[in-house]
Design a protein around this ligand. Structure first.
Ligand code: OMP
Length: 306
């Protein structure tokens, strides 16, 4: 089944557009509960136990999880990542592997193989700075989903993504600066959104959506609205809810009137919710995550109308 078709099916079944981000942290107080760290004393085992408990308690309420590979690499716990993906699939969840990979075409092929074959992820995030030949190897896995970074949620995303530039035909590559008044300049994230739109044009559609999506931070709601209008046939992966400050009201313009068009990721806000409310002990971490998801589903669904 195509990723996007399955995603839409699960969104409708579960009435949820939430992606639970599985970003295991073990460095500070209040991240993965201490009792788990003490009990297992091995990063793979600690993380797998943590993730399985979260999945078991929340899989009926969400369509998708998004593990960020950096944390599994940091703790040398890649087998827990594979096991988590297997466990998520057994529990009716799709998996977006957040790897933000990209390179020249031949190296991208290896990245795509690793993400889709070795890890068996259903979708992934990529950076498309190298252009279409670094993107194609991911698109060659036709049934898989790909989310291209367009406008990221972080404060300094403006450093490059908000700068203005334009394409000028017939100008030598030796010229690295160009003074112009007559050209129309667009912000780089708008140009990236337009590229993604162009790349979707030949892809198969399900309910108007292709397997190629884009990432736009919920922390930039005006930009979210602009990108939504440019890339009509793409799902948007929208991170930044919760720990980064975005709220349900910021999400509305990422979605169409039928409530489709986006998924909202929260990682720390869900999986470490136990640590933000005195009514939970560390043993209640997955109950706290479940309660947070129930609350998010109500708040978000009210805004987007599903
Ligand atoms: P929390 O801030 O804990 O909810 O985590 C957000 C997750 O989304 C992290 O795994 C980030 O790496 C990821 N993310 C962003 O925060 N901002 C972006 O613009 C893009 C992503 C992403 O691609 O998922």
């Amino acid at each position: 089944m195509y990723f996007i078709e399955h995603l839409i099916q699960l969104i409708k079944e579960k009435k949820s557009v939430i992606s639970m981000g599985l970003d295991p942290r073990m460095d500070k107080e209040g991240e993965i509960p201490r009792y788990l760290i003490n009990e297992f004393n091995n990063p793979d085992k600690i993380i797998l136990e943590f993730n399985k408990s979260l999945i078991e308690n929340t899989y009926e309420l969400i369509p998708v999880i998004k593990p960020q590979i950096a944390f599994y690499e940091k703790y040398e716990a890649l087998s827990s990542l594979k096991e988590t993906i297997r466990y998520a699939h057994k529990n009716d969840l799709l998996v977006i592997l957040d790897a933000k990979r990209n390179d020249i075409g031949s190296t991208s092929e290896a990245y795509a193989y690793s993400i889709f074959k070795n890890y068996n992820a259903d979708a992934c995030t990529i950076n498309a700075y190298l252009g279409i030949d670094g993107v194609k190897p991911f698109l060659n896995y036709k049934e898989k989903g790909v989310f291209v970074l367009v406008k990221t949620s972080n404060p300094s995303s403006s450093d490059f993504q908000d700068l203005f530039s334009t394409k000028i035909l017939g100008i030598s590559n030796e010229i690295s600066e160009y003074k112009c008044n007559e050209h129309v300049l667009k912000r780089n994230y708008i140009l990236m959104a337009q590229l993604v739109r162009d790349w979707t044009s030949n892809l198969e559609k399900f309910l108007d959506f292709t397997n190629l999506g884009a990432v736009v931070g919920a922390t930039y709601s005006k930009e979210l609205e602009k990108v939504r209008k440019i890339i009509e046939n793409s799902f948007l992966l929208i991170p930044g809810y919760g720990a980064q400050g975005a709220q349900a009201k910021d999400l509305k313009y990422g979605f169409y009137k039928n409530g489709l068009g986006g998924i909202v990721n929260s990682s720390r806000g869900i999986i470490y919710a136990y640590n933000k409310n005195e009514k939970y002990s560390q043993h209640d971490f997955s109950k706290a995550a479940k309660d947070k998801i129930i609350e998010m589903n109500i708040l978000i669904n009210r805004e987007i109308g599903i």
